[in-house]
Design a protein around this ligand. Structure first.
Ligand code: SF4
Length: 379
């Protein structure tokens, strides 16, 4: 399986919780960025050709800040450069609900985009404002309507819970409104306050009041139960879908498989090497304009790092990590390597061994990060 991630770093506003690689759109050389991005794709693919790309994910930033003309250029370039079969592949775009006009959606559809992932976050207008989003709840309904009208059926929405000032009742209300849209896929993440964000600064000053650990755990428990009651299987810690609607692209990451990353600040994983591109626009574009790749860092993974990643990425999936696949991939028995933490977490009820799979229990999903830490060789 070959997956491709493409990064569009522009945003019309900066959300208070966001630590992604992004820049404020106004005054940026967007057309020039698209040209250099396509150039990077061409150069990397010449260096390491690919026969068949199965999933493409355009993320950001906010890819839907591009104009229809810019989207046409980007998507046309992507389709020209990548050997992608529209009949079998998954081509996703991240979208901001406020941006999904019919003309943009039509351009995407014409180029074979077949999945949308919308950053909805909440159905509470006051909370949206409080976290720095500029779209409205009405935009969400209009965007879903527009997407259906243009023929998109594979739509996912992202939600965030444990937001400042959010009550459990409020999250229940958001979830019920999200499910009333009857979409095939939902992602829901608890808020993590990352350094260098507006929320982090507020927290340092004691001005960010979060719901607290108990409320957060209650919201997560309610999320898992409600999704199951609505026929959305949990296939990853934060992801739920109708059967057959898993994000194939994201599964590549959790299965610890290869992917190309293109664009400012994008990461890729090819062979045994993880690489990242320069993040600031100028540092990304200048080398490309001089005919050089904008690689910022490369890291060759040793066997132990591969093994660690296999575990902490794979354990995010509900089905967990396959014991036989582990042996085939690394030539080692998983229990020889991880006898101690697996037994300890099984005894504590946080992990389960079922047939060929080692996985988190329901209880373990609440404490994923605590479990994952113990699968690192050096802590
Ligand atoms: S959360 Fe998304 S839309 Fe908001 S600033 Fe970050 S990348 Fe941009």
């Amino acid at each position: 399986m070959t997956a491709v991630y493409i990064h569009i770093p522009f945003c019309e506003h900066i959300c208070y919780y966001c630590d992604f690689n992004k820049v404020f759109l106004e005054g940026q050389p967007v057309d020039q960025y698209i040209d250099t991005l396509l150039l990077e794709m061409k150069m990397r693919l010449e260096e390491r050709p690919v026969e068949n790309v199965e999933t493409i994910f355009v993320g950001g930033g906010t890819p839907t800040t591009l104009t229809p003309k810019q989207l046409d250029k980007l998507c046309g370039g992507i389709r020209e450069l990548l050997p992608y079969d529209e009949a079998t592949g998954e081509f996703s775009f991240e979208a901001n609900p406020g941006d999904l006009s019919l003309d943009k959606l039509e351009v995407m559809r014409q180029h074979g985009v077949n999945r949308l992932s919308m950053g909805v976050q909440s159905f509470n207008q006051d909370l949206l404002k409080k976290i720095g989003r500029i779209h409205t709840v009405a935009d969400v309904y209009q965007s879903v309507k527009n997407a259906h009208q243009v023929g998109f059926e594979n739509i996912s929405i992202d939600l965030i819970f444990s937001l400042p000032g959010q009550t459990e009742e409020d999250f229940k209300d958001t979830l019920s409104k999200a499910l009333a849209l009857d979409l095939p896929h939902y992602s829901a993440y608890s808020l993590i306050v990352e350094p260098k964000t507006i929320f982090y600064n507020l927290m340092q000053k004691g001005k960010l009041i979060l719901p607290g650990q108990d409320a957060e755990a209650n919201m997560y428990g309610y999320l898992m139960d409600t999704m199951a009651a609505h026929g959305r299987q949990q296939y990853e810690i934060s992801n739920f879908c109708k059967p057959g609607y898993e994000s194939r692209h994201n599964i590549t990451y959790w299965a610890n498989e290869e992917y190309y990353g293109f664009g400012a600040g994008a990461h890729g994983f090819l062979g045994d090497t993880r690489y990242s591109n320069a993040g600031p626009l100028k540092k990304y574009m200048t080398p490309l304009e001089a005919g050089e790749l904008p690689t910022f860092q490369t890291k060759d993974l040793g066997l132990n790092e591969h093994i660690e990643e296999e575990m902490f990425l794979g354990l995010r999936r509900t089905k967990g990590v396959s014991i036989s696949h582990f042996k085939e991939k690394f030539g080692k028995d998983m229990f020889d390597v991880y006898h101690e933490p697996i037994n300890r977490f099984v005894d504590k009820g946080l992990m389960q061994v079922e047939g060929d799979q080692v996985k988190l229990s329901r209880q373990g999903r609440f404490l994923g990060n605590v479990v994952f830490r113990d699968f690192l060789f050096e802590r």
